[in-house]
Design a protein around this ligand. Structure first.
Ligand code: PLP
Length: 355
């Protein structure tokens, strides 16, 4: 099967082979060497001099860790899709004080509201989902960065689960305090390891945070990170694969990887306009890693997804309330433009057959 899901994405055979290496102890010198290679490469990936932890868990668990460690006294969550709403659900489930700017799925976040809401709610943390994979939307970082330029006490958390490694993003330049990445999207790895970049300001917050638990305590992680170690036994095979993939990415170069993702978005949008499919996200806000497309004839998409599966391809159905009203295509990780075009040719055939 060829996997064009919006996540987890296809994993190359040579990357999968890393999982069959012998399991080593996490207190050995070989493990220190492994993290010694991974840590600086992740710092480069996120463009930061601050630590990037390798949490081995789901991204949702890492999102909760970001909130409990760096959430401060009140969190403002910007939501225009399912994952923005998940941040709010997580904050509420953790009983953390939170406000939200919730707009309809697929609409750009109203930039002028951000600063106004920060002042009105007195929030000292803000969360944005950079790549909203439920709607195929890229939320620009700039409006939040500019709102924070004269609000120095507000910490900036970015959900880069669907963008890290595939779309340009810089902790240094964008003044990000916690960047939550993921393995199963643009990095082209199986799910299970979440690189989380944490600024010095976020670490300072973590030190005084009271309800952050133990396993995800960023201040304890920081102590271990300095020694090229982890806080608890990590998913070691995941780290082998991460090490291998980071080296491959370094050879491709990050810039080339971002450009390849952007070209795959352009190919998908051009195909959509020739095949009666409408991108859910407006022009200028489309996500280079995941497209969400609605059929212009209003047909149900479940059958299209099924027919693609019979032809050997996984694509995604619409997420949540878009189920059966849209398809989602993950054009990320290690897919090439040519392989994407091959899949889209099959998808054209399926759409014509089922018209
Ligand atoms: C933007 C975004 N945030 C968060 C998540 C949650 O990731 P996980 O399923 O690993 O918890 C996803 C998963 O698809 C996502 O796309």
């Amino acid at each position: 099967m060829k996997n064009f899901l919006p996540g987890p994405t296809q994993v190359r055979e040579d990357v999968l082979a890393e999982f069959s290496k012998p399991v080593i102890g996490h207190h050995t010198s070989a493990f220190k060497e492994l993290l010694g290679r991974i840590n600086p490469r992740l710092q480069k990936l996120m463009d930061t001099d601050d630590p990037v932890f390798t949490l081995t868990c789901s991204a949702s668990a890492a999102m909760e860790a970001a909130l409990t460690n760096a959430g401060g006294s009140r969190i403002l969550i910007l939501a225009n899709g399912a994952f923005g709403e998940r941040w709010l659900t997580a904050a509420r489930a953790l009983d953390l004080p939170a406000d939200a700017l919730v707009v309809a799925w697929g609409l750009p976040l109203p930039e002028f509201e951000i600063g106004r809401l920060l002042d009105k709610t007195n929030c000292d943390t803000i969360v944005i989902v950079h790549g909203e994979s439920s709607t195929g939307m890229l939320n620009p970082i700039e409006p939040v960065k500019s709102a924070l330029s004269h609000r120095p006490d507000v910490l900036f958390i970015v959900d880069a689960v669907a963008t890290s490694g595939g779309v340009q993003l810089s902790m240094n330049q964008d003044k990000i305090d916690v960047l939550v990445g993921a393995s199963q999207k643009c990095l082209g790895l199986p799910p299970g390891v979440v690189p989380v970049g944490v600024s010095q300001r976020a670490l300072a917050r973590s030190r005084s945070a009271r309800r952050k638990g133990y396993a995800f305590d960023f201040s304890l992680w920081h102590e271990r990170w300095k020694e090229k170690a982890t806080l608890a036994t990590p998913a070691i095979p995941q780290l082998y694969a991460l090490d291998y993939q980071l080296e491959r990415i370094e050879k491709e170069t990050l810039k080339a990887r971002w450009q390849r993702h952007q070209r795959m978005l352009e190919i998908t949008c051009a195909w959509a306009s020739e095949n009666g499919m409408i991108p859910f996200a407006p022009d200028g806000y489309r996500l280079p890693s995941v497209s969400c497309l609605r059929p212009s004839d209003g047909r149900q998409t479940g059958k299209v997804v099924q027919a693609m599966e019979q032809r050997g391809y996984y694509i995604g159905n619409g997420y949540g309330k878009l189920k059966n009203r849209a398809i989602r295509i993950g054009h990320m990780g290690d897919w090439s433009e040519k392989e994407l075009e091959e899949m889209l040719t099959v998808l054209s055939e399926v759409l014509t057959e089922r018209a």
